[in-house]
Write a protein of this length. Structure first.
Ligand code: TMP
Ligand code: ASP
Length: 238
């Protein structure tokens, strides 16, 4: 399968057409952005690390009954994926309070939440991805009905339970993460985009060290070292 024309370029990935109209090639970029791209950087090899991490996690999720857009990993920074229509909702799952949750509501940093929290954010850079409620999703026609929102929440929670267990076996505490879903040509909702240290927070269970994009957001240094360590642990057989 060969890359044809560039169809879309986002902050972390490029999407190319292929000979098959139903399939795309996703290329993971080395660019790093934060705060809606107000902060920009780049880390050589970051794209390849995220591609490999995301591929392994999507294979794990598929094995656990979660349908994803991933067809095949082509090389270290390219995946062959199903063409889907992205639902413009960023679904954020939180186990522990930090980031915008702590900032917005004053919840103590690092507090374990009494239950898994699922939030919806509007995927719209011009509006700075605002948090939205179910009614907003319906008013904006982001999904066809309330049942679809329920399905997104349940799917996100299932992904969380699989990933939380997987990372905990590898000494990483899954704090929170963001996922995106798409609708394929059969009308099925499938997990799309990526799951990587760009879109998750992981804290080392022994040292408490941050092993994700917060290293870039908060100028903690050693961004690539942390991503390499996450890949190493993700590839460990248990
Ligand atoms: P937040 O605490 O900044 O809202 O982030 C929650 C989670 O979502 C965290 O794991 C980082 C991830 N995330 C993204 O993947 N993309 C984004 O644009 C934002 C704001 C957060
Ligand atoms: N992904 C967003 C951005 O690039 C925000 C973030 O991850 O902090 O700007």
């Amino acid at each position: 399968m060969n890359k044809k024309e560039l169809l879309y370029e986002g902050k972390a990935k490029k999407l190319y057409a292929t000979e098959d109209p139903d399939l795309l090639i996703a290329e993971f970029k080395d660019d790093l952005t934060a705060f809606n791209a107000q902060k920009k950087g780049s880390e050589s090899g970051k794209g390849a690390l995220n591609c490999q991490i995301s591929s392994r996690l999507y294979e794990l999720l598929e094995k656990n009954g979660i349908k994803t857009h991933l067809i095949k990993t082509l090389d270290e920074n390219h995946q062959l994926v199903k063409k889907v229509e992205i639902i413009p909702i960023e679904v954020v799952v939180r186990n522990t309070a930090t980031g915008s949750l702590s900032k917005r509501l004053g919840i103590k940093e690092a507090l374990k939440l009494p239950f898994t929290l699922v939030e919806f954010y509007l995927k719209d850079d011009d509006l700075n991805d605002p948090i939205i409620c179910e009614e907003h999703c319906l008013i904006l026609n982001l999904v066809k009905d309330k049942e679809t929102l329920h399905l997104l929440k349940e799917r996100a929670k299932k992904i969380n339970s699989v990933l939380k267990e997987f990372f905990s076996q590898r000494g990483l505490d899954l704090i929170d993460f963001k996922v995106e879903f798409g609708i394929d040509k059969e009308g099925e909702i499938v997990l799309s985009d990526e799951i990587s240290p760009d879109s998750c927070r992981f804290w080392d269970m022994d040292t408490g060290e941050k092993m994700d994009k917060d290293r870039f957001r908060q100028n903690l240094g050693n961004v690539k070292v942390a991503y390499e360590e996450v890949l190493k642990r993700v590839l460990e057989e248990k």
